[in-house]
Design a protein around this ligand. Structure first.
Ligand SMILES: [Zn+2]
Length: 334
C-alpha cells in the first residue's frame, strides 16, 4: 500500500502541518524510521521547498526527500515495507537505503523536474500558452487550447490540472493525524492527503489561492528562488537573507540607488566639479583653490546626502555648487 502525504492547513495562524517521520540509529548498519508528530511550518513552505529544489541534483533531491517524502516514496519503492500507515516503524539497513535513494533519483528526478516546470507555468499564467506553442493548428484540440490560452490569468490552469489529477482524500479524523495531541485553535477540521505528489501539490496551490487574498507566487530576480507574497504590486525580489546581513530586496535597492546616482545629472555635476578641483590641486593650484577644495570635500557629503534624501532639490544643490566655483575676475585695464 502507498503511504499518503498528508497536510493540514491552518489559514488562521498561517501555518501548515505535514505528515512526518523520525529516524534513529539502531546500530552501525541499521536505522529505524517511525511515525512522528506532523511537522509544523509557515504556510506554503512545502510548496516553496519543492519549487526551490533542483531535482537533477542528487544531493538537493535527497534533502527534499528526507525532509518530506521519505515514507511516501519508500512505500512506492516497496509496497510491503510499511505495514500500519498510521503507526509504522521500519528498520532499514545501509545497503537497502542506498539502493532506495538511487532508485528515487533514477525514477523520479525527471518527473519532478517536469512537474516543477508545469507549476512554474501556472504561476506565470503561461501554461496553456506553452501548450499552444507546440500544438499543430490542425490538431482537433487547437481551438480549445487557444481559447484557454486567451483566458489564462490568475492561475486558471490549476483548476483544470487538479480535476485531471485528482487523487485527493479528505480526512476528518484529526486526532489520528495529530497523534492524539491536537494543537489548540485550529482553523479547520480536516486534512488533505494524496498518494501522488502531483495531486498533493496541485491541491496545495488551489488551497492557497482560494484562501489567501491577493496571493502571488514569484521567482526572485536575484537568488532565483520562488517566494509568496500578498502585496498588490509585483515583487521582483524576495525578503530572504542573501548575504549574512542583507536580503535580496535590500541588495536590489542598493543597486538601484547606485544606478540612479550614476544617471543623476545633478550628482554627475558634483562629481565632475570634485574631479576638476582635485586635478587643479594636484598640479599645483593657488592657495585659493586649495582652500576651496578643502571646503568642497567638507561640504559635499552633507549636501549630497540632503539631496538624496529629498531635503533639498536638484536646483538647490546646483546653487551650492555655484558657490564652489573659483571666481576669477579679470580686471580690465582702463
Ligand atoms: Zn531572493
Amino acid at each position: 500500500m502507498i503511504a499518503n502525504i498528508e497536510m493540514f492547513f491552518d489559514f488562521k495562524n498561517s501555518k501548515e502541518y505535514i505528515s512526518s517521520y523520525s529516524s534513529e540509529k539502531v546500530d552501525d548498519n541499521k536505522i529505524r524510521i517511525k511515525t512522528t508528530y506532523p511537522k509544523k511550518q509557515e504556510l506554503g513552505n512545502f510548496l516553496l521547498d519543492f519549487m526551490n529544489t533542483e531535482f537533477n541534483d542528487h544531493i538537493d533531491f535527497t534533502i527534499f526527500v528526507k525532509d518530506y517524502l521519505f515514507i511516501h516514496l519508500l512505500s512506492l519503492y516497496d509496497n510491503t515495507i510499511v505495514g500500519d500507515m498510521n503507526n509504522y516503524s521500519v528498520v532499514l539497513n545501509r545497503e537497502y537505503l542506498q539502493d532506495f535513494i538511487d532508485w528515487i533519483y533514477d525514477e523520479l528526478s525527471l518527473d519532478f523536474s517536469m512537474l516543477k516546470i508545469r507549476l512554474e507555468q501556472v504561476f506565470t499564467n503561461s501554461y496553456y500558452k506553452n501548450i499552444l506553442n507546440v500544438t499543430d493548428i490542425l490538431d482537433k484540440d487547437y481551438d480549445m487550447i487557444e481559447e484557454l490560452a486567451e483566458k489564462e490569468n490568475n492561475y486558471s490552469a490549476i483548476n483544470t490540472l487538479l480535476e485531471e489529477n485528482n487523487t485527493l482524500f479528505i480526512n476528518y479524523n484529526l486526532n489520528t493525524f495529530f497523534l492524539n495531541n491536537m494543537p489548540e485553535n485550529l482553523s479547520a477540521n480536516y486534512t488533505f492527503s494524496s498518494d501522488s505528489v502531483e495531486s498533493f501539490l496541485y491541491c496545495i496551490v488551489k488551497e492557497l489561492i482560494s484562501n489567501i487574498k491577493n496571493i502571488k507566487f514569484e521567482c526572485c530576480k536575484n537568488c532565483n528562488y520562488w517566494f509568496i507574497h500578498t502585496k498588490n504590486k509585483e515583487q521582483q525580489y524576495c525578503n530572504d537573507l542573501y548575504t549574512d546581513t542583507k536580503t535580496c530586496f535590500e541588495i536590489a535597492k542598493e543597486e538601484r540607488d547606485k544606478k540612479n546616482e550614476k544617471d543623476d545629472i545633478y550628482l554627475q555635476k558634483c562629481r565632475k566639479r570634485y574631479k576638476n578641483l582635485h586635478k587643479q590641486v594636484s598640479i599645483g593650484a593657488s592657495e585659493k583653490v586649495e582652500r576651496l577644495f578643502e571646503r568642497y570635500k567638507e561640504q559635499m557629503p552633507k549636501y549630497i546626502e540632503q539631496y538624496k534624501s529629498g531635503l533639498i532639490s536638484g536646483e538647490e544643490l546646483m546653487d551650492w555648487l555655484e558657490c564652489m566655483k573659483v571666481c576669477t575676475t579679470i580686471k580690465r585695464k582702463q
